[in-house]
Ligand binder design. Structure first.
Ligand code: C2E
Ligand code: MG
Ligand code: MG
Length: 353
């Protein structure tokens, strides 16, 4: 802890803290290795934030965690807003720890179709959390927190097992063998035990590896040392791999080629621009042209209108998903789609089968 005795303004203290960060982060050489450190600094003020030493340290602590959350090497001044946000996070984190046991999670399924015919070629499993007070909650609101508090493996296991068991249940009821995609959080993807756990889940549920596809984002793929080894380990099981949200991050087709991924899903932000935005059309055209020589299935995400579907078809994109074909739905609601095997999407009637 650093105590500054005089009473400088907020800005001056932040400047001082940044100087400290700069000094701390200067690389040092130790036994021939270059080492660098990062730090996060939280600041609180007497008597504005607290009137005693323990209170001041507690406020600085809350601010420091907020600084860490915003990315390392950051400075954050305490505010009551930070404190309220920290309390809410704590509350949600406590809820998450009990959510699996309390059966508050559910998977919804989003159909993936062959654009020209409406034939259903798969379902993407999407996680939902029914929080006792906040109601239904979508994954971006809690997955990063689940990762932070070390719950990502338990959650991935639950999602994998539930999705594979669902596929097996549909199959047992004579509804066919429908490929199922599951999203993996970055941390789970890099867990060395992952392939063993997938194998166990497939054996336990009786779901064939060839009907399981795992979706990861490019950022997740690039977050570890040896993506080749990690993807090889999964593909060796016979499970397919999809690159999700392509186009929002590195967008490297080199990755796709080198890592021999099976599916490329390009992000909804491109789909939303077509057919009017010439840049988006050009981007999609380029992606399709560059993947033509590769053994990769391209899937368009976020198709909401017939005009978008038609433009994608005209560019040679064969597969897609989005609200035009259906909202993420509970398993029971998917049975009609599975029986029909296709979705005749008409604008304004996304769920017509
Ligand atoms: P994603 O994998 O790209 O999933 C597609 C998201 O887009 C879903 O949001 C879906 O509801 C939404 N979507 C689908 N079609 C349309 C459309 O036509 N228009 C618009 N505006 N949106 C559409 P959701 O369910 O909120 O999921 C968000 C993200 O959270 C997912 O993006 C995925 O990255 C992650 N996620 C979902 N389920 C899981 C999970 O089980 N585990 C992990 N780790 N992440 C998950
Ligand atoms: Mg996905
Ligand atoms: Mg996506």
């Amino acid at each position: 802890n650093v105590l500054i005795g005089s009473a400088p303004a907020d800005g001056q203290v932040s400047d001082l803290a940044r100087t400290v960060l700069r000094v701390v982060s200067e690389p040092v050489t130790y036994e021939g290795h270059e080492l660098s450190l990062s730090a996060s600094i939280g600041i609180s003020f007497f008597p504005r934030d607290a009137s005693d030493f323990d209170g001041l340290v507690a406020c600085a602590d809350v601010a420091m965690y907020e600084a860490k959350r915003r990315g390392r090497n950051n400075v954050q001044v305490f505010s009551t807003g930070t404190s309220a946000a920290a309390r809410t996070r704590q509350h949600v984190a406590n809820g998450l720890r009990q959510a699996i046991d309390q059966q508050q999670f559910q998977l919804c399924y989003l159909p993936q179709v062959e654009l020209a015919t409406g034939r259903v070629v798969g379902f993407e499993a999407l996680l939902r959390w029914h929080h006792p007070e906040l109601g239904w909650t979508a994954p971006p609101a809690f997955i990063p927190l689940a990762e932070e508090i070390g719950l990502s493996d338990a959650l991935s296991d639950w999602v994998l097992r539930t999705a594979c068991a669902q596929g097996a249940a549909w199959r047992a009821r004579g509804l066919g063998d429908i490929p199922i995609s599951v999203n993996l959080s970055p941390r789970s993807f890099w867990d060395r035990e992952l392939s063993g756990r997938i194998k166990g889940t497939l054996e336990e549920t009786g779901w064939p590896a060839s009907l399981l596809c795992l979706e990861i984002t490019e950022a997740a793929l690039m977050a570890g040392d040896d993506p080749q080894e990690a993807t090889d380990r999964i593909r060796a099981l016979g499970v397919r791999l999809a690159l999700d949200d392509f186009g929002v991050g590195y967008s490297s087709l080199g990755n796709l080629r080198r890592l021999s991924l099976d599916v490329l899903k390009f992000d909804r932000s491109f789909t939303s621009g077509i057919p009017t935005d010439a840049d988006d059309v050009a981007l999609i055209r380029t992606i399709l042209a560059l993947t033509r020589g590769l053994d990769v299935t391209v899937v368009a995400e976020g198709i909401e209108s017939a005009a978008q579907r038609d433009a994608l078809l005209a560019e040679g994109c064969r597969y897609g998903q989005g609200y035009l074909f259906g909202w993420p739905a509970a398993p029971e609601a998917c049975e009609g789609i599975l029986r029909a095997g296709r979705i005749q999407a008409a604008e304004g009637q996304p769920l017509s089968v």
